[in-house]
Design a protein around this ligand. Structure first.
Ligand code: SF4
Length: 471
């Protein structure tokens, strides 16, 4: 274990993240106070543990402290981190904010490298993305516009690695119509309170919105169209993530109602892995769903893949990329998976390992690598897709970031807006989070409860919270 004493209650999260980045396997304990002030926690410290102390924190700038710690740990380990001492999940925002201050590329580059120790490669990537984001967001009025997120928290089955609000549709089928009625009440609130604002983007996500029946999709989108002014909407996405939920009828319903961007997500193009992670669909089903969407006229289709899936090496990732190239999506989002001990997927894999059903021991098979990231990045560029948004995952060691690539003119506007946190997003449905963005970086949030029956029971309270947030 690594124990860190800070003599003032400040910067705990950043210090923890920085140590974790250098020592990913170690348990890290940050204690904001003097030695001897935490008897319960300190009882766990043994002679084997490393202890660090930093004083004068109250008067030190965060960047200065992070610089000092980075140099110390880099000297100690001989490691340089690709993202340097940046611990936040949105490094492109830093490049963007420097650009907004009027700095040119050379100045931004120098700051990224010298203040934050970001590698040449990541600095270049950040700048490329920041420029593209600026271009895509050119027509968006942050102050007088808003975006809308609607959560459909149902899926055909629950994937073993899922960290979203999702419930199996079979058990909730009878509740769906009432759930839609609740969404309609939330839409009424939006119609009343945002009438003078411009609705820029709509994103129906989840869960898997295409678990709704075609008439239910039409009911929901029809209600939106009746109540809200959609004339200025620049992008209307419906995640159709699980191919086992997609039918021609649903695609037709969405197309007819004006949806112009969908996601058909393979995660991997290897059937064996799909089984292992509990996706319960095949690669063939994915290909059929994708082709059907093209036949129905969808010309902006995103695909999500995950690197670091159990049992997958660079070979499987290459296979996935080659198969995706044949389909040629307009948008490819590359995620990294970190399977934590104690998670549902870890437990299932562990059981399989004990039974001798795994080809590779779990701990060797759940790692994303630099090589895999490069295969995916090169594959995206080969398809004519360029990176347009990026975010890092919390508490994950090394080089792991999620990157969205898109064809010219097909970048997901909503993805950039939510990532850069530059526009308010009103979120409806169970487990969703509404964000009000004020100028100057101030953001306030309000959550809807995750549990579907509780959400339905307490709907008025959810609406009142939004009313209070936007008053
Ligand atoms: S499709 Fe997505 S939201 Fe649904 S269970 Fe799988 S990971 Fe979770």
């Amino acid at each position: 274990m690594i124990v860190i004493y800070l003599d003032f209650d400040k910067y705990q999260y950043d210090v923890h993240s920085l140590f974790k980045a250098f020592y990913p396997e170690e348990e890290i304990m940050v204690l904001p106070g003097e030695k001897g002030s935490f008897p319960e926690k300190e009882a766990k410290i043994t002679d084997k543990d490393e202890v660090y102390s930093y004083s004068g924190i109250e008067h030190i700038e965060k960047n200065q402290l992070k610089k000092t710690i980075y140099e110390e740990l880099s000297g100690e380990t001989g490691k340089k981190l690709p993202w340097g001492n940046l611990t936040g999940i949105r490094p492109t925002r830093i490049a963007m904010s420097f650009m907004e201050e009027g700095k040119n590329d050379a100045e931004v580059e120098s700051l990224m490298k010298n203040t934050y120790f970001v590698s040449d490669e990541k600095t270049k990537l950040c700048l490329e993305i920041a420029h593209r984001e600026k271009e895509v967001l050119k027509g968006i009025d942050y102050e007088n516009g808003y975006s809308l997120y609607i959560g459909i928290p149902f899926c055909p089955t629950t994937c073993l690695y899922c960290s979203f609000t999702s419930y199996p549709i079979v058990s909730y089928k009878n509740m769906v119509d009432d759930y839609l009625s609740c969404l309609e009440k939330e839409i009424d609130y939006v119609a009343e309170n945002f009438a003078t604002k411009t609705l820029d983007t709509i994103y129906i996500g989840g869960g898997t919105p295409t678990t709704l029946e075609p008439h239910q999709l039409e009911r929901l989108i029809g209600y939106l169209k009746d109540k809200l002014d959609m004339s200025k909407v620049k992008e209307f996405t419906v995640e159709s993530g699980r191919p086992d939920s997609i039918t021609r009828e649903k695609l037709r319903a969405m197309k007819k109602m004006g949806v112009d961007r969908i996601s058909v997500n393979p995660q991997t193009m290897n059937d064996e892995t799909l089984k292992l992670i509990g996706r319960r669909h095949t690669v063939a089903q994915l290909v059929d769903a994708f082709n059907m969407a093209r036949e129905e006229g969808f010309d902006n289709i995103n695909m999500d893949i995950i690197l670091g899936l159990p049992g997958e090496t660079a070979l499987e990732v290459s296979h996935t990329i080659e198969e995706i190239k044949k389909l040629s999506p307009d948008d490819l989002t590359v995620h990294s998976l970190a399977i934590k001990r104690g998670s549902k997927l870890y437990e299932v894999l562990h059981e399989k390992e004990i039974k001798g059903e795994l080809k590779v021991p779990i701990l060797q098979s759940i790692n994303n690598t630099e090589e895999m990231m490069e295969i995916a990045a090169k594959g995206a560029r080969d398809m004519g897709l360029t990176p347009y948004y990026l975010y890092r995952q919390k508490n994950i060691s090394g080089n792991f970031e999620n990157t969205g690539y898109a064809r010219e003119g097909k970048a997901g506007i909503y993805n950039i807006l939510i990532n850069e946190e530059v526009q308010s997003i009103v979120a409806l449905g169970a487990g969703t989070v509404t964000k009000r963005v004020y100028g100057g970086g101030r953001i306030e949030r309000c959550d809807n409860v995750k549990d579907v029956p509780l959400y339905m029971e307490n709907l008025q309270e959810m609406i009142d919270r939004k009313r209070k947030l936007f008053k």
